[in-house]
Ligand binder design. Structure first.
Ligand code: SF4
Length: 373
């Protein structure tokens, strides 16, 4: 089963903490879809004979595109590949784009899962993040979406400037009240070259420290699990059967094709396992979308092992100890590192498989790095 990702690189304006590849405004949206159709046609051989299990429109802000543009691209893909009967078609959306009939029109175009970039229900927190929607718009969009779509996910962010326990608790409560089937919880990370990062470096604002961040994360784990959400990936919680199929497939190293500037692909070809990335340039994409690729790497045994370790530890299916032992060139050192992690309460074992504990998820990348000599 194959997944597809489309990077739609437009936003109204850049949020203070965001370092994704995007351009402000929608002036080139129609040109982008022309280029997207050209890129899709030029890579049609990758779709031949394939069944698509999930399509994810990400960005940027894909909900700024018109539903008819999305729909016509979906029709093009349907002419080149088969769609699984229960295929997920997910759209990342900002609440301010779903007023009036917009949500219904996206639904009519084929979207069956909405991932809402709510981030918070607190006006102060939304303002400090530079978000364009109000708490009222966020809740209205979430409630409408839950009525309309098969599955709805809310993104929440914690650890923003000035945040305290009361604000974060309020966000978790509102998320549960919305009855969204899925919640993604992100700890704010200060990316270099963002406005927020510059303000923090200059001492103009203070963000919660790592200890406070960890506390917010653990609070989310406790609250969301108690409300019935399963914790299936470091940042992701879902009611039964409502996980993101596209994301889960990519964490399980299943193949996907990424379209649009800066989009990544993972493919299994005659050359071997292949990771590619399109160039992060809208202007070059518009002029020659059939030559968008800017990076290509055939993965060797070492890279495959490392990816498997990093990605498997992020999800709740765990990692076989035997697999770790075979791939590790220093198995004795690895076993010692595992002993220390177990003493710290970061990992647990069950039937020869290693799992992260709740506190262990805070250190998923560090643990993975320790297991790769
Ligand atoms: S809406 Fe999302 S993608 Fe766009 S600037 Fe804000 S955080 Fe980044």
């Amino acid at each position: 089963m194959l997944s597809l990702y489309v990077h739609i690189p437009f936003c109204r304006k850049r949020c203070s903490y965001c370092d994704f590849y995007l351009v402000a405004g929608t002036l080139r949206m129609e040109d982008f879809f022309v280029a997207l159709r050209r890129e899709t046609a030029s890579r049609a051989s990758l779709l031949k004979g394939q069944t698509i299990g999930a399509i994810h429109f990400g960005g940027g802000t894909p909900s700024m595109a018109s539903p008819s543009l999305l729909g016509s691209w979906l029709e093009q893909v349907a002419s080149l590949a088969s769609f699984a009967p229960d295929m997920e078609i997910a759209l990342e959306a900002n609440p301010e784009d779903l007023k009036g009939s917009a949500a219904n029109e996206f639904h009519q175009a084929g979207v069956n899962r909405l991932s809402l970039g709510v981030q918070s229900f607190s006006p102060e927190k939304l303002s400090s993040l530079g978000r364009a929607h109000s708490p009222r718009e966020a809740m209205a969009a979430a409630r409408d979406a839950v009525r309309m779509f098969d599955s709805v996910s809310l993104d929440l962010i914690c650890g923003v400037p000035g945040e305290d326990w009361g604000v974060w608790q309020g966000d978790l409560e509102r998320a549960k009240e919305s009855e969204a089937q899925h919640v993604s919880v992100y700890m704010l990370s200060l990316e270099p070259r963002t406005l927020l990062s510059r303000d923090v470096s200059a001492g103009r604002v203070r963000v919660p420290d790592e200890g406070e961040q960890a506390g917010f994360y653990m609070q989310a784990l406790k609250e969301l699990k108690a409300a019935g959400y399963g914790h299936y990936e470091v940042s992701n919680f879902a009611m039964p059967g409502c996980h993101s199929r596209y994301n889960l497939a990519s964490w399980k190293r299943e193949p996907y094709i990424g379209y649009g500037p800066s989009a990544h692909s993972f493919l299994r070809t005659e050359e071997g396992e292949l990771r590619t990335a399109n160039e992060a340039s809208l202007s070059r994409y518009l002029s020659s979308p059939q030559a968008a690729e800017g990076f290509r790497e055939v993965l060797g045994e070492r890279e495959r092992f490392e990816e498997q370790v990093f990605l498997s530890l992020r999800i709740n299916s765990g990692l076989s100890i035997e697999f770790l032992r075979k791939g590790n060139t220093l198995p004795n050192e690895m076993m010692k590192a595992l002993e220390t992690m177990e003493e710290r309460g970061w990992i647990r074992y069950e039937n020869g498989t290693l799992y992260l504990t709740d506190p262990g998820f805070l250190f998923a990348d560090l643990i993975a790095a320790e297991l790769i000599p």
